[in-house]
Design a protein around this ligand. Structure first.
Ligand SMILES: [Zn+2]
Length: 96
């Protein structure tokens, strides 16, 4: 145990230096503990904030815009982003 002997000699030889050394290690441990705490906090926060919300997207048959399926208006097997686009599409289909 060379390192331990060296450490013991350091404390014996110069008590104030030994205390300072122990204090330094304690501060390092404290910093390490705080860092780990902060990192775990950030990790848990990001895992809740960046929860991917998977919404199925659909393309409007009139304007081609992609929008969430739960906002879609259905008509004759097509989906539309809004009531007006659905009516526009129906109007065009009636004419042609
Ligand atoms: Zn549209």
């Amino acid at each position: 145990m060379v390192h331990f002997n060296l450490f013991a000699k350091l404390i014996e030889g110069c008590p104030s230096m030994g205390i300072r050394f122990v204090f330094f290690i304690l501060v390092l441990l404290l910093i390490g503990w705080i860092m780990r705490f902060l990192l775990s906090q950030r990790k848990s926060a990001s895992s809740t904030q960046h929860k991917p919300t998977i919404r199925k997207m659909q393309q409007c048959a009139w304007c081609g815009v992609h929008f969430p399926l739960d906002e879609a208006l259905h008509e004759a097997g097509h989906v539309f982003c809004s009531q007006s686009h659905r009516q526009n599409w129906l109007q065009q289909n009636k004419d042609s």
